[in-house]
Design a protein around this ligand. Structure first.
Ligand code: IMP
Ligand code: MG
Length: 174
């Protein structure tokens, strides 16, 4: 049985870091109007907090990609379940992810947006587990580097549960 065993990052720590990331991203955007593409559903809270700290020019869209189902280990084959509705031609795209693990989702989505004619594609991830990378990807903005543990809360789930937790917590066998 899976149980929450410890708080890894409090909501306060997350809030502070999201503000710092937003400041950095705004600076790098140079008054352009970026298209932020949230990866459903895990990035929901992060994207909402991020966009409230960015200028009013940011546009939002969403994709849904699945590779997990009811497991804590990825099946490794990202599947596009829902595409963006925005025209990506010539746009600066920022993929907004909850967590980069193997890197396969980001690799897949970067290819998708370049194929749609995006001018640039960057990645913003709240969390990164670099030790688990299977493919080499660049994560342009990382909130926190974390160890190889399965986490839930602040939008992230295990089998669709725990998304509403305000803190990010480690889930383990208990
Ligand atoms: P990747 O394709 O292996 O990089 O996996 C990325 C996706 O796996 C993320 O968007 C998350 O949805 C999910 N994921 C990876 N690690 C965790 C975790 O610790 N908790 C919840 N979801 C995770
Ligand atoms: Mg995700």
């Amino acid at each position: 049985m899976k149980r929450i065993c410890e708080v890894l990052l409090t909501h306060k720590q997350i809030e502070k870091r999201v503000k710092e990331l937003a400041r950095q991203i705004s600076k790098d955007c140079n008054n352009g109007s970026p298209l932020l593409v949230g990866v459903l559903k895990g990035s929901l809270m992060f994207l909402a907090d991020l966009v409230r700290n960015l200028g009013s020019d940011a546009e939002l869209d969403f994709v849904s990609v699945s590779s997990y189902g009811g497991a804590t280990v990825s099946s490794g084959k990202p599947l596009l379940r829902q595409d963006v509705s925005a025209d990506c031609e010539g746009r600066d795209i920022f993929i907004v992810e909850d967590i980069v693990d193997s890197g396969k989702t980001i690799e897949f989505l970067t290819g998708l947006f370049l194929g749609k004619g995006a001018k640039s594609v960057k990645t913003i991830a709240l969390l990164s587990k670099s030790s688990r990378r299977k493919v080499s990807v660049t994560v342009d903005y990382v909130g926190f580097e974390i160890a190889d543990k399965f986490v839930v809360g602040y939008g992230m789930d295990f089998d669709e549960k725990y998304r509403g937790l305000p803190d990010i917590c480690v889930l383990s066998e208990g």
